[in-house]
Write a protein that binds this ligand. Structure first.
Ligand SMILES: Nc1ncnc2c1ncn2[C@@H]1O[C@H](COP(=O)(O)OP(=O)(O)O)[C@@H](O)[C@H]1O
Ligand SMILES: *[C@@H]1O[C@H](CO)[C@@H](O)[C@H](O)[C@H]1NC(C)=O
Ligand SMILES: *[C@@H]1O[C@H](CO)[C@@H](O)[C@H](O)[C@H]1NC(C)=O
Ligand SMILES: *[C@@H]1O[C@H](CO)[C@@H](O)[C@H](O)[C@H]1NC(C)=O
Ligand SMILES: *[C@@H]1O[C@H](CO)[C@@H](O)[C@H](O)[C@H]1NC(C)=O
Ligand SMILES: *[C@@H]1O[C@H](CO)[C@@H](O)[C@H](O)[C@H]1NC(C)=O
Ligand SMILES: [Mg+2]
Length: 616
């Protein structure tokens, strides 16, 4: 009896034992992690052991679980060269305590859903390209101890709910575009300026920058009710009294207004020149670093600057030579040594530089500092690893490899593995540069006319994101009257006809140059390419000729094998509007940006930013 029972049961047990590894599916947290991976761009394939066939994610790269449970406790994937976005699915990891994704290439927003991870203690997102704001409910993460989201492109106000985070010990919002008043209560009161470095538009006690008060001044004049049925004597007395009060009030109001205006002016000035001045003892040497953007001792900076030599040259242009400067901590900067400069006082020059140094945008090359040495003027910029668009589009046969490969223990040289730009990359460059230029024209005050838009002033970072460089420099360094003769040869094909004629640069002459730049992206040819210059045409005339002959396919760079005629046509249409001979007919940069966004991105808007979209 018992034996029969056993015989019947055994196979079932046996089968269960054999089958169990297969039938046990991946835990819910594991599935969630796979969703998270699907929006990441794991170019180096470092997450290849995240396998759906596993039972739990606890052995996966960068993942740890709570002991004895199969719930994810932490995700550690810093310095992994991850692109893509952070999936909102992160909110499903309800036991997550640590999320470390710093120093990657993530873009998109910080999903609101992250506030669902109620046990979160440490959030490291530093050094990515995240945009948008801080989720306003971040204050719900009551265990949060470390919040480091510095060095991104985040903007907006700082949510006051952060003040509720009583466990917060490290807060770093530096190097973003946050704005407005820093709430001054709870945890937010305990952090000083080091947590907010490099956010131009923040104000508040923590950054020692008073906010512009919304308080106006009561301009309600004392209103004297003059009674009608009184003796003239009494009336006189009242009148005199009223007049003198009125006069006194006026004087007071004027005085207050005057003081207010003065301080407003001063405050406005301070907004621009919130710079850390480190004046050297030697009067002829002066170092200015803008917005704490060069966190090195001035002695180190000056020493590095003085020791720059031929080996460090990355290029040279109309205004001077550009060097690469490597700091002791391996930070890399580009230094531009100005060969010539306009007559004029150093003060005026430095003041205008400070304005340029205050302009920050993800598609603009950041000017970090300025140094006047006895023998030269030096501008310190962000170093753009991939060089200029010009270098990319017009590879010289002689140096397929970068001309300035430098052996250094500091950094792996970005190899020229793939120096040709496909159509998608070119569109990204067109869009990004138009964003940078639009910012200069429409969002800066005073607005900035670039004056020198050309492919060698579009620099590219590791991800081929473009940044416009040298804005405002032409104005500082070139004499208004002598402009045409001093314009660098390389600039010629880009200049609008009316600029060449009158010498007056306007936003519309920038738009023309941008149109030429678009043509250069499409054709892969310099605006002074021999093939049309021989025929007495410039790039604009050449394009118009080919367009009349409907030879669109002859226009497109042969290297763009992925170009689709629809967007090519759209770009050429925009370029031809930008290069209209009549400046009034040209669109504004705002409109150009809109056109580019519409034409280029609308067929599949997510293509650019959501790497996972494969439908369309
Ligand atoms: N911030 C930078 N990072 C990396 N390379 C740069 C930077 N600025 C300039 N360069 C390189 O130096 C070259 C010379 O720059 P520049 O003096 O501005 O002249 P131009 O813009 O006329 O070429 C550029 O073509 C570019 O390759
Ligand atoms: C977040 O939590 C709420 C309520 O607890 C839930 O309804 C929602 O689905 C969660 N969102 C995510 C992405 O997990
Ligand atoms: C955060 O907390 C507030 C108040 O407790 C609540 O109303 C809100 O829904 C919470 N948000 C999330 C995302 O949990
Ligand atoms: C930060 O504040 C301290 C004083 O609290 C001051 O000495 C320091 O210069 C400030 N740093 C910056 C970058 O503003
Ligand atoms: C915040 O981060 C910036 C750069 O990422 C760094 O320079 C600064 O020292 C950090 N501040 C704090 C308080 O950690
Ligand atoms: C991932 O990044 C690489 C290089 O950064 C890029 O070529 C590729 O198109 C990206 N993939 C997706 C799916 O976005
Ligand atoms: Mg340049």
């Amino acid at each position: 009896m018992e034996m029969r029972m056993l015989v019947r049961v055994l196979p079932i047990i046996f089968a269960a034992a054999v089958l169990s590894p297969c039938s046990l599916a991946l835990t819910q947290d594991g599935l969630t992690l796979l969703e998270i991976r699907s929006t990441l761009n794991d170019t180096k394939n470092l997450l290849s052991n995240w396998q759906a066939s596993d039972e739990s994610p606890c052995q996966w790269t960068g993942v740890t679980c709570h002991p004895h449970e199969l719930r994810v406790q932490s995700i550690n994937l810093p310095y992994m060269q991850l692109g893509g976005t952070i999936s909102p699915s992160i909110g499903k990891l309800s036991r997550l305590q640590r999320l470390a994704l710093h120093q990657n290439g993530l873009h998109g927003i910080i999903p609101n859903e992250i506030t669902n991870c109620t046990e979160l203690r440490a959030l490291y997102l530093r050094g990515n390209y995240l945009q948008g704001g801080i989720p306003s409910d971040i204050g719900n993460l009551s265990y949060l101890t470390i919040l480091d989201i510095s060095s991104n492109s985040l903007k907006g106000a700082i949510p006051s709910s952060i003040g509720r985070l009583t466990h917060l010990r490290l807060l770093n919002l530096s190097s973003n575009f946050f704005s407005g008043e820093i709430p001054d209560f709870g945890a937010l009161s305990t952090f000083g300026n080091a947590s907010f470095i490099g956010n131009l538009d923040l104000c508040g006690r923590q950054v020692h920058r008073p906010c512009r008060t919304s308080m106006g001044f009561p301009v309600v004049l004392p209103h004297a009710e003059i009674p009608t049925k009184r003796s003239s004597h009494y009336l006189k007395g009242v009148l005199i009294g009223a007049m003198s009060t009125l006069g006194l009030a006026l004087v007071v109001i004027l005085a207050v207004l005057w003081v207010w205006l003065l301080s407003k002016k001063e405050r406005a000035a301070r907004r621009y020149t919130e710079v850390k001045k480190q004046v050297q003892r030697d009067a002829s040497t002066k170092l200015i670093t803008f917005h704490g953007d060069l966190p090195y001792p001035s002695s180190e900076i000056v020493e590095k600057l003085e020791s720059l030599d031929e080996e460090d040259v990355v290029g040279s242009g109309g205004f001077g030579t550009v060097y690469r400067m490597v700091m002791n901590d391996c930070g890399i900067f580009a230094v531009k040594r100005i060969d010539r400069s306009r007559e004029g006082s150093d003060q005026v020059f430095e003041r205008e530089l400070e304005i340029l140094g205050s302009i920050k945008h993800i598609n603009l090359v950041n000017l970090r500092g300025y140094c006047r040495l006895p023998a030269s003027k030096l501008l310190i910029y962000d170093y753009m690893a991939m060089g200029s668009l010009d270098d990319f589009l017009h590879v010289k046969e002689t140096d397929v490899f970068e001309p300035n490969v430098q052996i250094s223990s500091c950094f792996a040289e970005h190899g020229p593995e793939d120096r040709s730009l496909n159509w998608g990359a070119r569109l990204k460059i067109a869009l990004g540069s138009s964003r940078g230029l639009t910012y200069l024209h429409h969002d800066c005050s005073p607005k900035i006319v670039h004056r020198d838009i050309k492919s060698s002033n579009i620099l590219l970072d590791e991800n081929l994101e473009p940044r416009v460089s040298d804005f405002g420099l032409a104005k500082l360094l070139v004499d208004e009257d002598a402009h045409v003769t001093t314009v660098v040869a390389g600039t010629f094909g880009y200049l609008a006809p009316e600029y060449l004629q009158s010498g007056r640069a306007t936003e519309k002459s920038d738009v023309y140059s941008f149109g030429v730049l678009l043509l250069e992206l499409v054709t892969g040819k310099r605006p002074t390419d021999p093939s049309f210059v021989k025929r007495g045409l410039n790039v604009v005339g050449w394009m118009n000729m080919l367009l009349r002959q409907k030879r669109l396919e002859d226009i497109v760079d042969k290297r763009c094998t992925d170009a689709d005629m629809e967007t090519v046509e759209a770009i050429i249409e925009i370029a031809s509007r930008c290069t209209d001979a009549n400046p009034d007919e040209r669109p504004s940069m705002n409109q150009v940006l809109q056109l580019l966004e519409q034409e280029v991105m609308s067929p599949c808007p997510s293509d650019f930013y959501e790497s996972q979209s494969d439908h369309c």
